[in-house]
Design a protein around this ligand. Structure first.
Ligand code: AP5
Length: 208
């Protein structure tokens, strides 16, 4: 089973992908988490990606496509995957479709959230340095509840980068909503609800 989670920055893709992947017993592959891991390890890819990510720009397609397809082939023995943050451009979507050799994506779950709520959430977000689990600062524990890692604020959650990420999303990623809707694969969910309500709707959409 291959599920794509689509939605603007701060929609809750990372929050929901973890639960969804655990429930479906598939692997969670998050392009942003992989890129931050490359940065932390100081790889060539991490160094190349850094300046784009700091400004809230997309990392070039060829770098991201290679990274995700490599990761998917490492996990080819698993029952499937939840893709979180990829594809993000039409070029990435076409590369993914070509790599699947006719097997295709099962569903694209589009988590819709109004822009003012995205800004509020990203401004208050901290994430775990080890496992990248996100929290809201005002209700976050001292250290990550899953792995005990240190919590920190992402560089691209600064207000100027957040505004740019939302604009980049609208210009370059939002067209994928129509792309997948026209293929009959898209299901739209109300992501402005409480986390548990969004999880319930996502699981119902996958089961339908
Ligand atoms: P990435 O890490 O993918 O960032 P993003 O898409 O901007 O998504 P976010 O991680 O900001 O948000 P999310 O939807 O996962 O929300 P979360 O669950 O954390 O990408 C970062 C950068 O990497 C990009 O800008 C780009 O440079 C590069 N990149 C990545 N993929 C790329 C690609 N394919 N191509 C090119 N470049 C790429 O939730 C947000 C906050 O809200 C949290 O604090 C959470 O606790 C809270 N929250 C979640 N749900 C709810 C809810 N229902 N109610 C209230 N609060 C909630």
């Amino acid at each position: 089973m291959l599920i794509v989670l689509l939605g603007p920055p701060g929609a809750g893709k990372g929050t929901q992908a973890k639960t969804l992947a655990e429930t479906l017993n598939v692997v969670h592959i998050a392009s942003g988490d992989l890129l931050r891991d490359h940065q932390a390890r100081g790889t060539d890819l991490g160094l190349q990606a850094r300046s784009y990510m700091e400004k809230g720009e997309l990392v070039p397609d060829d770098l991201v496509i290679r990274m995700i397809l490599d990761r998917m082939s490492e996990e080819s023995g698993r029952q499937g995957a939840v893709l979180d943050g990829f594809p993000r451009t039409l070029t990435q979507a076409e590369a993914l479709e070509a790599s699947l050799e006719g097997l295709g994506i099962d569903q694209v779950l589009y988590i819709a959230v109004p822009a003012d709520e995205l800004v509020r959430r990203l401004g208050g977000r901290v994430i775990c340095r080890s496992c990248q689990r996100p929290y809201q600062q005002d209700s976050a524990p001292e250290r990550c509840a899953d792995c005990g890692g240190e919590l920190y604020q992402r560089d691209d959650d600064r207000p100027e980068a957040v505004q740019n990420r939302i604009q980049v999303y609208e210009a370059q990623t939002f067209p994928l909503v129509e792309h997948y809707r026209s293929q009959g694969k898209l299901k739209e969910l109300d992501g402005a609800q409480a986390i548990e309500a969004v999880t319930r709707d996502l699981l119902a959409a996958v089961a339908a």
